[in-house]
Design a protein around this ligand. Structure first.
Ligand code: MN3
Length: 246
């Protein structure tokens, strides 16, 4: 009996320390990314294309409201929250790394600010197709082939109950994985079971698609693949590996 407890003790300790190790590795890597400079007062980056540039896949009206109302709202509310909490000097990624310690308004609006900031960059007119080079090889190694990856990511996006996001991220060992998060959470947050550096995201809040697609989230997800900016995803993947010293 004693022996069983000793074995169990070591197994639990190893699992816990392994998960803490991954968490620290992601935090340390995030501090080497350019976006580690993000801290209050936060500003939206200009949209890198016109509101109607992603037609017919993402319609102009949705893009305008999404960028100028929703993303602007998260940004303003984040600025108010960090000012009120004395956290305007704290890098956003350091807040994400211990997000359970901070007011829920910082979790919601910090995620809302950052997730949309990178989402706009991951889209482009005449995008889509398939990734190439090191990213294509990493997708093949993690998922078997591109189709299997696309299907897993789409499933994570369509299966997210209520509002949230689906992600492709790099874990602490440099391996790609798919996950989905609720609300405005993201894979950099300490509250996520599996943490990583995000390289591709899809917003599956109804505000991202309802005007054009109504309840047909699956049709929106199919359209999303036509406007993915794979150069941006490949660039983020390369930066993540560098930050992880891989
Ligand atoms: Mn949104």
């Amino acid at each position: 009996m004693n022996k069983l407890f000793t074995v169990l003790f070591w197994v639990v300790l190893m699992v816990l320390s392994n998960s803490l190790f991954s968490q620290n590795a992601i935090k340390e890597a995030s501090q080497k990314l350019n976006e580690y400079q993000l801290k209050g007062q936060y500003q939206q980056a200009p949209l890198p294309y016109a509101f109607n540039a992603l037609e017919p896949y993402l319609d102009a009206e949705t893009m305008e409201i999404h960028y100028s109302k929703h993303h602007a709202g998260y940004t303003n509310n984040l600025n108010k929250s960090v000012s009120a909490s004395g956290l305007a000097e704290m890098p956003l990624f350091d807040l994400f790394a211990e997000i359970e310690k901070y007011p829920v308004a910082i979790r919601n609006n910090g995620g809302g600010f950052y997730n949309h900031l990178i989402f706009w960059q991951m889209l482009k007119p005449n995008g889509g197709g398939e990734p190439t080079g090191a990213l294509a090889a990493a997708i093949k190694s993690a998922f078997g082939d591109y189709t299997a990856f696309q299907s897993e990511f789409s499933k994570a996006a369509s299966g997210r109950f209520g509002s949230g996001w689906a992600w492709l991220s790099v874990d602490s060992a440099g391996k790609l994985f798919v996950s989905s998060t609720a609300n405005q959470d993201n894979p950099l947050m300490s509250t996520e079971l599996q943490q990583g550096i995000p390289v591709l995201a899809i917003d599956v809040w109804e505000h991202a698609y309802y005007l054009k697609y109504q309840n047909k989230r699956g049709d929106y997800i199919s359209s999303f693949w036509r406007v993915v900016n794979w150069d941006e995803v490949a660039n983020r993947y390369a930066q993540a590996l560098k930050a992880l010293n891989l």
